[in-house]
Design a protein around this ligand. Sequence first.
Ligand code: SF4
Length: 367
Amino acid sequence: MAATIPSSTRWLDLSRADLEALCDALRAPRVHARTLIRNTHRLLREDPWDDRSLPSALVEEIRARFGFEPPVVRETRHSEVDGAVKLLVALPRPSSEPERAADAEAVLIPEAARVTLCVSSQIGCAQGCVFCHTGRMGLTRNLAAGEIVAQVLAANRWLAAEPGWLAARGFDPTQRVTNVVFMGMGEPLDNADAVADAIAILTDPAGASVPLRRITVSTAGHLDGLERLLARWPRVPIALSLHATEQHARAGLMPITERFPLDRVRDRLACLSQDQAQPIFVQYTLFAGVNDSPEDAAALAAWCAALPAAKVNLIPFNPFPGSGLRAPDDPTVAAFRDALHRAGLRVMRRHSKGPDIAAACGQLAFR
Ligand code: SF4
C-alpha cells in the first residue's frame, strides 16, 4: 500500500485504514495508525510525527513522503447578528501540485451545546441554482477529502486559540467542533467519493471523533452521488434542498431538476426513510411571490407526505445584490409555517446564519 499512495496525496487525505496499510507495508504495528490520527486530528499537533512512541523508520518514511503544515484560518468575519464566524481556510496543497493552492470557506455556528461547522466540498459549484451566489461562480474544482478535513482541523485549531470566544458563549475551553454540515460551497454529492472519504476521517474516534449522526450531507437532489455516498455511509443524515415542489417550477430555480426529476428524488428519499428509519431534512427557502403562497404550503405538505420522518426547515431568503429575489415578510412566513404545522409536518423556522457576513446558505463566494 505504501508504494501505491499517489504522490498527490496530502497527509490529511489519509484515513485510519490508509495509515494501517502504510504501517503494514513498513512492517510497523498497526497501533501506530491510531497514534498518528490522534496526534493530527485530536491533539492538533504542529508536527504529528514528532512522537517518541513512533518507530523512527516509520517516521522517516512518512517525512520523506508527505509534507504537513497545519491548515490555518487566514481570515475571519464575525456576525454581530447570531455569532456565526466565517473562516477563510488556507488549504494545504500537495507538494507535487503547488498550482492547486486555494482557500475554502467554512462557517462556525455556535448554538446551545453544539459547535457546528458548515464545510465546503467544492470551490464554486456547477449546478447554477438561480438564487445562489456560489452557483454564479461556476465550478472551479472539487476539494479532496483532505481539503474538507482541513476545514474542520483549522476550525478546531482556531477554537483552541480562542478560549475567550468559547467562554463568552458558555463553552468549556476544550470545546471543539461537535457537528459538521456539508452545506457550504458546492454540491457535496457532485464530489461524493471525497465527501465519503472525509467522513471516514472525521468520524474516527481517535481523531476529530464527530459522530456520524451529527454529520449532515445536503444535496440539491444529485441521485447518482447519493447512491455513491449511501453505499459507504447508509445511515448518514441527508438534507434535501427542495425550494419548490413542482417539476417545472423547480427546474427554473434549480437546473439539476432536469437531470434528476423531483419524483425520482422523492421516491429514493422515501425508500431511504423507510429502510433506515432516519429523518430526512427538507430545506425550503422562501422567496417572496415565488414559492410562499398558501397553495405552495399545501403542495409542500403533500410532497412531504411520502416522507413520514421529514423535518422541514423553512428559511426566508437572504437577498444579495443582483439576485432579483426577495424575502417574504414575517406574517407570510408565519402563515406558511402554521399551514405546515396544521398538515402534521415537523417544521422549524430557521434563520440564515451570519446574514451580515455573507455566511448564509448559497452566499459563500469569497465576498
Ligand atoms: S444552492 Fe447548492 S447546488 Fe445550488 S448552486 Fe448553490 S451550492 Fe450549488
